[in-house]
Design a protein around this ligand. Sequence first.
Ligand code: NAD
Length: 362
Amino acid sequence: MAHKLMILPGDGIGPEVMAEVRKVLGWLESDGGLNFDTSEDLIGGAAIDAHGTSLSDETLEKCRGVDAILLGAVGGPKWTDVDYNIRPEAGLLKLRKELDLFANLRPAIVFDALVDASSLKPEIVKGLDILIVRELTGGVYFGEPRGIEDLGNGERRGVNTQVYTTSEIKRLGRVAFDLARKRSNKVTSCEKANVMESGMLWREEITALHKEEFSDVTLEHMYADNCAMQLLRDPSQFDVIATDNLFGDILSDEAAMLTGSLGMLPSASLGNPGAPGLYEPVHGSAPDIAGQGKANPLATILSLAMALRYSLDQGTIADQLEQAVQNILNDGTRTPDIMADGCREVSTSAMGDALIDALNKI
Ligand code: NAD
């Protein structure tokens, strides 16, 4: 049976890093025993240039029918002046919303070979493996009422509303507990129950869900501001962190920086069972290095590993792919963003080739 994939390379370095993903897909077909039915389409600025919109209805419909979507990155200086509603990022937001991708998974893993890339001391981040599960379609970024109103006399008022329902909290919690069972079996749920009613509800619903369905998993509650401090003080106390849209936005960026390298960070956005997952690197389109063969393709390749694990049920092959990444880093193969003394600097495409060699040796 062929796994259905949609590839959306996007803009800037997106097409460059996706070319390396295609090499890996080729290897998985020739040597890994997998079959893919792969389509490719436009998103972001490339789609604006071709269709006048950053995600066409046709592309969206095709995305609905696949098992997993692999995305590069969107945006760039060429499109900064386009209408706000059709800007490159709007296509990505529309894709997430239309597919109801409510759970954003952001792993923060420190590879041994890159332990010095972190701004924290090696002994604090060595072996780090955290997964942040952020609610992505609710909370203060979407709540109503919202807006800026004129109160007269030169005074204005800006309003956003933090709002969560039982079902929104529980479906996010279920994803976090399920994933914890496959990892170190611990969930830290973060909110501000001390000052926000929505945080109190979050804590009560997560506690109830834990009691009803996941009492075998260790659950800990933590205020989000304390979590921000603990991530710097003792990050290895965490396994899975479950949190809302706003706190997750901040905490996932903080955790990402523990690893020290943007070019290494994958992500996944998941919806209800059966819906396609969206897999993309955390970084953007990096216009400053686009077209120069300097982009690190590993974040996008590690996003493919997440797709194999979470949407295609190929956990063993995902493990192999991650092991191959670990091996080339141990060998000292580096793109410029992660270059260090005594290592060998390679281009985007040579990094892809090195990965294929490493896969052949596993
Ligand atoms: P960025 O992530 O594109 O780049 C930040 C810095 O990190 C740059 O110096 C870049 O060269 C470097 N970098 C990023 N990815 C790298 C990689 N794989 N290998 C080596 N170096 C890498 O963020 P930015 O510069 O703030 O944004 C550039 C554009 O990307 C903007 O248009 C922005 O809106 C867009 N963006 C898109 C996404 C997305 O598609 N999900 C996310 C963030 C930013």
